[in-house]
Design a protein around this ligand. Structure first.
Ligand SMILES: Nc1ncnc2c1ncn2[C@@H]1O[C@H](COP(=O)(O)OP(=O)(O)OP(=O)(O)O)[C@@H](O)[C@H]1O
Length: 259
């Protein structure tokens, strides 16, 4: 049998010897992992194994949880995400996030998307119009909403609201998009649309997604990371991880023996 080596893009984030504690609970244990540029990386593993914790570590969302302690290094290009020179606001502009429940602001569709650019000082109407249209297009929502962008975001369906949240995240032109089970509250058709969108977005953005759904990981990601009890057990090109897992625990999980 000839094996084709699957090449991954170079690392855009490099996680080294990362440990995270919630008070005395050791939630992430000595994580060493590269996040590849312009690739969809899927985090999989049973409930409570640390997938969301690691995702939140990448844009310091865990800072908001009292009693959280991080040791080790998370390197974004030349910058240390946990270094003293890193401004969290700048970091979150570079690394955007979409959550499990669509959470649009109770504002118009337009104002949701323009929110981030305005926060970052863009006032010019033509520039904002352009950013709103471009972000809605990139989130595959423009055609559905272009005639009523002044309507409340809350009038949209759940799937449209989630794509709006993606557009809102894209409007500040991030490099990386984190998605924390972003389709788990959606119906199968909306889920399929977001999966399609993720595949399209990977040409422009690096995407890291937490998913409970192994089929979703297999469908959309280029790299898969399997977690267990706060540890990374295996990280590999998705095709390799699902076809020839190196660790018996990965094999047990993907073949449905636990989790
Ligand atoms: N704010 C917190 N305070 C204390 N412990 C927490 C906190 N958040 C998460 N944990 C614990 O850390 C561990 C990892 O949780 P995390 O949410 O990262 O897992 P997960 O793999 O994303 O799980 P799920 O798939 O169920 O969302 C779990 O044991 C969880 O109970």
């Amino acid at each position: 049998m000839t094996e084709t080596a699957i090449q991954l893009n170079e690392a855009v984030i490099r996680i080294e010897n990362l440990n995270l504690y919630y008070e005395s609970f050791h939630a992430l244990k000595n994580i060493n992992l590269d996040i590849s540029d312009k690739t969809v990386t899927a985090f999989i593993g049973p409930s409570g194994c640390g997938k969301s914790t690691l995702l939140r570590t990448l844009n310091r969302m865990n800072d908001m949880i009292p009693g959280t302690r991080v040791e080790g290094k998370v390197q974004l290009g030349d910058s240390d995400i946990y270094g003293s020179g890193m401004e969290v606001e700048t970091l979150r502009k570079r690394i955007g996030m979409v959550f499990q429940q669509p959470n649009p602001f109770p504002k118009s569709i337009y104002d949701n998307v323009a929110y981030g650019p305005r926060l970052h000082g863009i006032r010019d109407k033509a520039r904002l119009d352009e950013l709103v249209e471009q972000s809605l297009r990139h989130a595959a929502l423009w055609d559905e909403v272009k005639d009523f962008v002044r309507r409340s975001a809350l009038s949209l369906s759940g799937g449209q609201q989630q794509r709006l949240c993606i557009a809102r995240a894209l409007a500040v032109q991030p490099e990386i998009l984190l998605m924390d089970e972003a389709t788990s509250a959606l119906d199968p058709i909306s889920t399929a649309k977001i999966e399609e969108l993720v595949v399209e977005l990977k040409d422009r953005y690096t995407i890291v997604m937490v998913t409970h759904n192994m089929h979703q990981a297999a469908r959309v990601s280029g790299k898969t990371v399997f977690f267990l009890n706060g540890e990374v057990i295996e990280a590999a090109p998705t095709e390799t991880l699902f076809s020839t897992p190196q660790d018996s625990r990965t094999e047990d999980y993907i073949s449905g023996r636990f989790g």
